[in-house]
Design a protein around this ligand. Structure first.
Ligand code: ZN
Length: 234
């Protein structure tokens, strides 16, 4: 078999190293069977005789690492194996200098570290945006309900603007801080904290009936919060 003769045109040029399918021995030092060989004048040679013995094998799979290893390596070779079923050579990996591989790994790690730092920065920026949004939300609550205690307004705003919560603060209306969105967040809070609503639900009272029973209480609390601001700072 003379593999080079059957190499398809798209096979990468440069040094080629073969993973032989048959038991082959080095034409020069007679060592074998060889796991990897180079063909020189159609005769197999071991990597040592071909002066490639110092290279290390990097299996295919990590594109960035492969590309960088070859960039870093003064001498490199592509390792191919013949696929009988498909009648073509397939890349198995590359042979590169060990120091080049180490440098390439460092560059890839540095990239991973850079990506990690960027994720941290993004998360921090989102948290800052969330904090700003919650602040604006709380300010709107205090504008509509001046009597609502400041820490309560902050708690309502934080709760309803939690990322990924699907709560009103995350909705389009909530982000636009419409009066209705702000009010519905406040009503939800009052319902759960200032009325027996949750207890009613737990005891089996249907939701609409529970809401009907607490409506007056909710109304009273909201009126108190709306009016308190008129006479005092709240
Ligand atoms: Zn040899």
């Amino acid at each position: 078999m003379a593999p080079r003769a059957t190499l398809p045109p798209h096979t990468p040029t440069g040094l080629l190293v073969f993973q032989p399918l048959k038991r082959r021995h080095c034409a020069e030092c007679r060592r074998g069977p060889l796991p990897l060989l180079v063909l020189e004048d159609a005769a197999p040679r071991c990597l040592d005789c071909a002066d490639l013995g110092h290279l290390v094998f990097l299996p295919r799979g990590d594109t960035a690492l492969t590309r960088r290893s070859r960039e870093e390596s003064a001498l490199s070779a592509v390792v191919v194996r013949f696929n009988r079923r498909k009648s073509r050579y397939e890349r198995q990996g590359v042979l590169v200098e060990e120091a080049a591989l180490a440098r390439a790994e460092e560059r890839c790690l540095a990239d991973a570290e850079a990506r990690r730092r960027r994720r941290v920065r993004d998360a921090r920026r989102r948290a800052a945006q969330d904090a700003l949004f919650a602040e604006a939300f709380a300010a709107e609550i205090r504008r509509l309900f001046p009597g609502c205690p400041a820490d309560r307004a902050r708690a309502i705003a934080a709760h309803s603007s939690e990322r990924g919560s699907g709560r009103v603060g995350r909705s389009a209306a909530g982000r636009a801080l419409t009066d209705m969105a702000v009010t519905s967040a406040v009503v939800a809070s009052v319902r759960h904290l200032d009325t027996p609503y949750d207890r009613l639900l737990m005891s089996g009272v249907p939701r609409h009936e529970a809401r009907r029973r607490i409506a007056a209480t909710v109304e009273t609390v909201l009126r108190g919060w709306t009016e308190a601001g008129l006479g005092s700072a709240g």
